[in-house]
Write a protein that binds this ligand. Structure first.
Ligand SMILES: Cc1cc2nc3c(=O)[nH]c(=O)nc-3n(C[C@H](O)[C@H](O)[C@H](O)COP(=O)(O)OP(=O)(O)OC[C@H]3O[C@@H](n4cnc5c(N)ncnc54)[C@H](O)[C@@H]3O)c2cc1C
Length: 269
């Protein structure tokens, strides 16, 4: 379906094997308990998948959207929660690679080596589904920007090592003038604001997070001042859009397959 070359096909086969042997093994328990799919994420980290789209100079595999969506589709067929965590991680990793914050090269090497999980913290209580137009606004304090935000859905909220976070620039006059930052989750002022108790994808920890007076050095900004929208449109949202679609396709494929199996292989006793 994705017209992959031989190398890309091998990567997808590797994902398929992990899906069969690890993701599928834990998916039901992950969903029933609403717990993070740690075994599956660890397996992806150990196999090198976290650097799928990063350049080889950072230890990545240098793959593009075609391989990414084929991998996501495959993972989603075994565990939707794992696929969601992986999607948000790749979106964040792509932003870090595009705009290299301070220590960016080391962060990228850590990502490729499976030592760093990242995610997006864009959506806010106030902006709701208009996640490209944050309500919150940073204020300047010397060489740092101080962030105060009510983020409504942050996948891997309590597990990620960093957030790629949006907020209006200190000098912003309107909702479209925002910055995107790299924020380690060790930054003071980050608080989990509630549990994630979803109807589906119950293991992805897409929880609300409150950011209170959290300082982020200006050199961790991942865009030109006030141009987070353009940066996200170029380097984050394309991955997000095709990746979200691939997860939906994977879930639908698995549901169809299991329905057909049930309808054709079960019998009236
Ligand atoms: C599993 C999951 C993981 C997620 N992970 C992340 C993440 O890691 N990072 C992140 O930043 N965000 C994440 N999101 C959030 C997502 O990007 C959306 O922002 C969020 O789902 C919007 O939800 P809401 O309840 O606020 O929607 P609402 O804004 O309440 O929308 C509900 C419905 O109303 C419609 N609607 C809204 N406004 C209007 C309008 N003005 N006119 C007409 N119709 C309208 C919408 O289209 C939708 O159908 C995640 C969401 C889910 C479900």
């Amino acid at each position: 379906m994705y017209a992959l070359n031989e190398r890309q096909q091998q990567i997808v086969e590797k994902a398929e094997k992990l899906g069969r042997e690890v993701l599928g093994k834990y998916a039901q328990e992950v969903d029933e308990k609403g717990r993070f799919p740690e075994e599956s994420i660890k397996a992806l980290q150990e196999a090198g998948f976290m650097g799928l789209v990063l350049a080889p100079q950072y230890g990545g595999w240098g793959e593009g959207p075609r391989t990414f969506i084929a991998v996501l589709d495959t993972l989603a067929q075994y565990c939707g929660s794992t696929a969601m965590v992986y999607l948000m991680h790749i979106c964040g990793a792509a932003a870090i690679q595009a705009y290299l914050p301070a220590d960016g090269e080391q962060i990228l090497r850590d990502i490729s080596a499976g030592r760093h999980l990242t995610t997006l913290a864009f959506s806010e209580k106030g902006s709701r589904s208009h996640f490209w137009a944050p309500i919150s606004q940073a204020r300047q304090n010397g060489s740092a920007h101080i962030l105060n935000c009510e983020k409504s859905w942050v996948t891997s909220a309590s597990r990620a090592d960093s957030y790629i976070i949006s907020t209006r620039a200190p000098e912003a006059q309107g909702p479209m003038e925002w910055n995107m930052y790299f924020m380690p989750t060790t930054t003071p002022g980050i608080k989990m604001a509630g549990p994630w108790n979803g109807l589906g994808l119950r293991g992805n920890d897409s929880a609300p997070v409150t950011i209170q007076d959290a300082p982020v050095p200006v050199n961790q900004r991942l865009c030109e001042p006030g141009s987070g929208f353009s940066a996200a449109m170029q380097h984050v949202l394309p991955w997000f859009q095709v990746g979200s679609a691939a997860i939906s396709i994977g879930l639908a494929e698995a549901a169809t397959r299991s329905s057909v199996q049930h309808a054709t292989q079960t019998q009236f006793q």
